[in-house]
Design a protein around this ligand. Structure first.
Ligand code: SF4
Ligand code: SF4
Length: 294
């Protein structure tokens, strides 16, 4: 027979559990290196006026990251309709009357990422090169990053019964850190619609393109300052809202996620810990009844 559990044991165990959870590192401001200059981060510039929708970039992403194609009804073409745990980037078509444009979707690698600030266990991190990466070993599956991301990028492996994780574009951080090259998608683009480099250089490139052909573009570089700046930036001939790139102001998104995470997540975790403790005690009810006077 197992050792009886006393009231003292219960209070000690519950206190320890809550203490551990409250000691979980609080959400941190995403800029781990305060002195980092966002213009030195690696980023990408997508010029929607040059993109021909060939999907060379999306194929390159699949090949490098070994993600599974999402086939069409005839099972002939890789034809994902949205980002998913298996599709980290895709080209979508915007069309209205005579106006149309392609638009590439992927993680924006925000300068001050809400997903990083919101994650209660720092599974998402902003690296010194600007890439926002994800550590599945740390992830507890709360999916709070999916809620905080203003671009709805992180996706969950809903079809995985065991240990599902979150997935998203990594900016090909493995290629960057191992000196293999730039992001696979940008390196494969045959038209120059997608280029990569230091964020500051990309901004100068984008400004030059607008200056050279002012009638061609909306006079705005999406991501230069939007939502605190992003690593992936856009040029377009049609209003950015039409491409699903909303005007969200220039303040970084993390403030809201930090405030919410610092209250909500510990509350949920502590509640869960107490619930688990209750379940555990219920399962040892025999010993409980012997020692807990009611
Ligand atoms: S786009 Fe979303 S997932 Fe990507 S860095 Fe920004 S907040 Fe994080
Ligand atoms: S940067 Fe890498 S992971 Fe991200 S969309 Fe491009 S190829 Fe895919």
């Amino acid at each position: 027979m197992s050792e009886p559990i006393t009231r003292r044991d219960f209070l000690k165990a519950a206190g320890l559990a809550i203490g551990c959870l409250l000691a979980t590192p609080k959400t941190v401001h995403a800029l781990s290196e305060k002195e980092a200059d966002p213009n030195d981060y690696i980023g990408m510039l997508y010029d929607a006026t040059i993109c021909v929708g060939c999907n060379a970039c999306t194929n390159a992403c699949r090949q490098w990251n070994k993600t599974t194609p999402e086939l069409d009804a005839r099972e002939v073409y890789d034809a994902p309709k949205e980002l998913s745990a298996d599709t980290w980037t895709l080209i979508q078509l915007y069309k209205e009357n005579e106006e149309f444009s392609f638009v590439k979707r992927q993680c924006m690698h925000c300068v001050d990422p809400a997903c990083v600030s919101g994650c209660p266990v720092q599974a998402l991190q902003k690296g010194p090169n600007g890439a926002v990466t994800y550590d599945a070993e740390r992830c507890i599956g709360c999916r709070y990053c999916m809620y905080t991301c203003p671009f709805h990028v992180p996706r969950f492996e809903w079809d995985q019964a065991q240990m599902p994780v979150v997935a998203k574009c990594t900016l090909c951080n493995d290629r960057l850190t191992q000196g293999i090259g730039g992001p696979a998608c940008a390196e494969r683009c045959p038209t120059g619609a997608l280029v990569w480099g230091k964020r500051g250089d990309l901004i100068a490139d984008a400004e030059g393109r607008i200056r050279a052909e002012p009638g061609r573009y909306v006079e705005h570089i999406y991501g230069k300052e939007d939502i605190g700046g992003t690593g992936v930036m856009y040029l377009s001939a049609v209003p950015f809202e039409n491409l699903g790139l909303e005007d969200m102001g220039t303040d970084p998104a993390p403030k809201l996620s930090e405030d919410t995470a610092n209250v909500l997540v510990p509350t949920v975790l502590v509640g869960g810990a107490i619930g688990l403790a209750a379940v555990r005690f219920a399962s040892s009810r025999g010993a409980w009844e012997e020692t807990w006077p009611v």
